[in-house]
Design a protein around this ligand. Structure first.
Ligand code: CP3
Length: 343
């Protein structure tokens, strides 16, 4: 019973019996049942067939005592819905064959109603809500305009997105037009996920941290703010996860009621900087889950102790689960978070 309510309560900074925990990328290749499904279906099949997406979403909820589910999808289906050609290649990750390189490319991108262009994920949300039957809440998500633009311009994953950074300096007007379209599309998509039954939403700004504070303020923040403003229902927690501790005050200013904190910063320090009027989510280093178990347990306990007594902590990793993670360690971590925070 407690498992049904802890996560949303903590998001609203209400008292809980134990700290809720879920993990970014909790469904995925580290889980044997996921790998089994992937032998028969491509990643995009799993995302685009609502029955399969629902099935994958439930895998970690059934395997572990996690306090929330996150809909199985990918941030890159949104750029695909705007007209980019998305492929996932073995070992190399995602790629767009027709990346955005100038104003004409931006012009061609279409912002279509999410029910029409991303209906598979909305249907997966409706189906998953039915199958979860109140067991745990369901989180929806989108990439943030900046992070999406990084993939759309670069055309593939990168460590420092040089083409993107040159684009925004050389073609600031095309950048604004692109980010504006993305803000609209992301806002509409998040609102549609809430309408379909998502009980919280998370904005992933994975690459924000490659920007300086002033660059983030000018080129990313206004567009994230516009997207988040579309999810105005106060009852729905909005988790804003941007990697880059130097940006925390600006990320908060952009919006959200729960701030995601990566593992490069002390959670208690981050919370002090952010202030008491937001909840926080984070922030165990995902590589600790690779083992051995003792350092993982010590660090998780230390994070919990550092914010003990404060309402509004959702335990998570500082970034997604790594595919080499042993499942036993995930089970152990989830158990430890509950037991240690109850004590
Ligand atoms: O958390 C969950 O369980 C939901 C699933 C989820 C996926 N992608 C499925 C997926 C989520 C939340 C995402 C978000 C996502 N996708 C982000 C933002 C969060 C982050 O991790 O920084 C980003 C940058 C992407 C883009 C993306 N998708 C990349 C770079 C890759 C390749 C990475 C890799 O490890 O190969 C993907 C593929 C992807 N999306 C996988 C999963 C489970 C693995 C692919 C597979 O099964 O072959």
């Amino acid at each position: 019973m407690k498992r049904a309510t802890r996560f949303l309560k903590a998001c609203r900074r209400e008292p809980v019996d134990a700290t809720p925990v879920w993990l970014m990328r909790q469904a995925g290749r580290y889980m044997p049942p996921y790998r089994e499904l992937r032998q028969k279906h491509s990643l995009l099949d799993l995302v685009k067939q609502p029955e399969l997406a629902a099935q994958v979403t439930l895998q970690p909820v059934e395997a572990f005592e996690v306090d929330a589910a996150i809909i199985f999808a990918d941030i890159l289906t949104l750029p695909e819905s705007m007209g980019l050609d998305l492929k996932f290649t073995q070992g190399e990750g995602p790629a767009f064959s027709n990346p955005v390189r100038n104003a004409q490319d931006v012009e061609r991108l279409q912002v279509r109603p999410p029910e029409e262009s991303l209906g598979f994920t909305l249907e997966a949300i409706r189906l998953t809500r039915k199958q979860l039957d109140g067991k745990v809440p369901l989180i929806g998500f989108s990439g943030a305009p900046f992070t999406l633009a990084c993939y759309m311009i670069e055309g593939h994953a990168s460590r420092d997105f040089p083409v993107t950074r040159q684009f925004l300096r050389e073609q600031p007007r095309a950048w604004s037009a692109l980010a504006e379209k993305l803000a609209q599309a992301v806002g509409a998509y998040l609102a549609a996920q809430v309408a379909a039954g998502a009980q919280a939403v998370q904005l992933f700004d994975t690459w924000a941290g490659i920007l300086s504070e002033s660059e983030y303020r000018d080129w990313a923040m206004p567009f994230s703010a516009r997207a988040l403003a579309a999810v105005s229902a106060p009852a729905v927690p909005v988790i804003h996860f941007a990697i880059g501790a130097h940006l925390l005050p600006l990320v908060k200013q952009a919006g959200g009621t729960v701030m995601g904190v990566d593992h490069h910063v002390e959670l208690a320090d981050a919370w002090r900087i952010l202030g008491d009027d937001v909840a926080v989510q984070g922030n165990l280093d995902p590589t600790l889950l690779l083992g051995p178990a003792d350092p993982m347990k010590r660090e998780a306990a230390r994070i919990l102790d550092s914010v003990r007594g404060r309402c509004g902590h959702v335990f998570n990793l500082g970034h997604g689960v790594i595919k080499e993670t042993p499942v036993e360690n995930v089970a152990l971590l989830v158990h430890l978070v509950h037991e240690h925070s109850k004590a």
